[in-house]
Design a protein around this ligand. Structure first.
Ligand SMILES: [Zn+2]
Length: 477
């Protein structure tokens, strides 16, 4: 035999074949779940202001990556439409289960009120309009992301999906009476309150770098929602809550956990701690649904964050929660370096679908140049990361203390469908708003789930592809 062989260089796909090669492959575990992707095309059209770190445009980048990798072909797509008045009324009914009527009226009338009237409300309620600026169309923006979360919750309630995703949601700081930390409506609280009508126990997990204070506060007195937040704690870091000592009160005592961390934590330490706490917690609390807030400001090099997680480390938490086999809602949250936000949420959309995405980014991305020089879905962190201030003994002590608290649970609370979690202070406002008695409110609620379907539609693939790939102005960065 001669030594002649095919040249390695000639052994490649031709151009035609290359364009049809999928950019993902199914994982060998093959644990396929029904996944739905919920979105609203209008949400990215709002702008917090040129110097504000929150950029709704990061959602467009995420959509581009998701479709670039072809993930839209393997999941259900829902476009939420809030155009009709009827839909808006139904959504507002849900919103008022948590937020006060006065606050909702303020948001609704921002554009009609005089600047003076608005300023008066801001001062009276101690609202920081640098963090939470009033911008054109603000209320519509809020309705958009909140109704999209409700659409995801609905897919779980109706058992149409095992995993429902809304990357525009997860605005965990908003309070009953006011906005906080770039969050106006708390879509998470509104969504979980809706879920509690059909699910007796819900676990809320928060991996944003900031404490999930708004969600913790809403469910602090109930054992039907367990809240756990992993976050940076110390000094003046926003929102300055979330210590180990905050564990719930009254019936909610011990149904709240906080994992306060210091700057610089890395993948291995974070994911080890995460798994060692979440595993026993799920076993003990036995939730019927998990809502996971996937804020990406915990990634390295975030504009506001100070952790050192990589896209893969962040996604490992999603992978672990998925493996627990409980119906799951994935929401967005913080994340202030848009290209990294989109990398992480695309990777996590892949995890939800149990596929492995190729490291090299797809070719036809409209904003591909922003991902230079590596054009990778999983870039390495590099050397200029912050020092890890979390010592082994600090992390170990934290773990021991949290596991002790989980042990005191002694199993899951019995199935109850009561509504003591609903903050009662504004019930009167709610009644006034609806001009109906308590009984009628419940009936009004019961028909909601059917009507919600009017607000969302499963899109034909062609339409969504066109919409997702829509080019947008780069000045949204
Ligand atoms: Zn955050």
């Amino acid at each position: 035999m001669s030594n002649t062989s095919f040249s390695e260089e000639s052994f490649f796909y031709d151009q035609k074949t290359e364009s049809t090669i999928p950019l993902f492959e199914f994982n060998i575990s093959n644990s396929k779940k029904r996944v739905s992707y919920h979105r609203n095309n209008d949400t990215i059209n709002y702008h917090y202001g040129p110097f504000h770190p929150m950029k709704p445009f990061r959602l467009r980048l995420t959509d581009h990556l998701v479709t670039g990798y072809g993930l839209h072909n393997i999941m259900d797509l829902y476009e939420v439409d809030i155009e009709s008045n009827q839909n808006i009324n139904l959504i507002e009914n849900k919103i008022l289960k948590f937020h006060s009527l006065e606050y909702i009226n303020f948001l609704k009338n921002l554009n009609d009120n005089s600047d003076q009237e608005n300023k008066k409300y801001l001062i009276k309620n101690d609202i920081d309009d640098n963090d939470c600026p009033i911008f054109h169309g603000l209320y519509r923006y809020c309705l958009n992301y909140t109704s999209t979360t409700l659409s995801a919750i609905n897919a779980i309630k109706q058992q149409k999906s095992d995993i429902a995703i809304n990357w525009s949601g997860g605005l965990h700081h908003a309070k009953k009476f006011k906005p906080s930390g770039f969050c106006y409506l708390n879509d998470i609280v509104i969504g979980i309150m809706d879920l509690l009508k059909t699910h007796s126990r819900v676990l809320y997990i928060d991996i944003d770098i900031h404490h999930g204070d708004g969600v913790q506060e809403a469910f602090y007195m109930t054992d039907r929602v367990f809240t756990i937040s992993f976050h940076k704690y110390g000094g003046y870091f926003f929102p300055m809550t979330g210590s180990l000592e905050e564990t719930g009160v009254a019936k909610g005592k011990n149904y709240c956990l906080n994992v306060p961390l210091m700057d610089g934590i890395k993948d291995f330490e974070y994911t080890q701690l995460f798994k060692s706490i979440i595993g026993p917690l799920v076993e003990s609390f036995n939730p019927e649904c998990i809502v996971l807030q996937c804020g990406t400001d915990s990634l390295g090099y975030d504009r506001l964050g100070t952790f050192n997680l990589t896209v893969k480390g962040h996604g490992e938490c999603v992978k672990f929660v998925r493996s627990l086999g409980v119906p799951l809602v994935l929401l967005g949250g913080g994340g202030y370096t848009p290209i990294n936000v989109s990398r992480a949420w695309c990777y996590e959309t892949g995890i939800a679908n149990d596929v492995i995405l190729k490291e090299k980014l797809p070719d036809n991305l409209p904003f591909k140049k922003y991902y230079s020089p590596d054009y990778s879905l999983y870039p390495h962190l590099g050397d200029s990361i912050l020092n890890d201030l979390n010592s082994k003994s600090f992390l170990n002590d934290t773990r021991i203390r949290l596991l002790e608290q989980i042990r005191t649970l002694q199993g899951a609370p019995s199935v109850r469908m009561d509504n003591e979690y609903i903050p009662s202070r504004d019930l009167q406002d709610l009644m006034l708003y609806l001009k109906k008695d308590d009984k009628e409110v419940l009936e009004y609620d019961d028909i909601y789930d059917l009507d919600m379907e009017k607000s969302e539609k499963v899109l034909e693939k062609e339409r969504i592809i066109q919409m997702l790939k829509e080019d947008s102005r780069a000045d949204f960065f």
